[in-house]
Unconditional design. Structure first.
Length: 129
């Protein structure tokens, strides 16, 4: 009986993984797919909503790929809807994909993507300079 109880406790702790905390700089905002985040950066308020993933062909972590791929996301940044990409953005496509955009005189750059192999958990990091 004691061994069974111990095994159940161990399995419980294995199943309860803490979500990874992704550190961000003072000039960065991280936002998860279909969620919103806000932050004051250099005295200006920023609100970001991660609307959708338009394309996700990034090479999975710890894999060898011929092409780096890219992640293209639709965001709303302070009421302005934009699409930004990360990865290989030079490939021909119908529309030009940018990695950064100027909003209100501030350069907003899509700098990182986390957990992008699971759409619901995908997080993007934006830097504001």
């Amino acid at each position: 009986m004691g061994l069974t109880r111990l095994l159940m406790i161990v399995l419980l702790f294995i199943g309860c993984k803490e979500e990874q905390v992704i550190p961000t700089a003072e000039n960065e905002i991280i936002v998860q797919h279909q969620q919103s985040a806000s932050k004051t950066i250099n005295g200006k308020g920023w609100a970001v909503t991660f609307l959708s993933i338009k394309e996700n062909s990034l090479c999975p972590p710890n894999s060898e790929c011929i092409w780096q791929g890219r992640l293209v996301v639709a965001l709303k940044i302070n009421q302005e809807e934009v699409e930004l990409g990360l990865g290989d953005l030079t490939t021909n496509s119908e529309t030009e994909i940018a990695n950064q955009i100027v909003i209100g005189g501030v350069m907003v750059t899509f700098s990182e993507a986390h957990d992008y192999t699971d759409t619901a958990k995908t997080k993007v990091v934006l830097s504001f300079e």
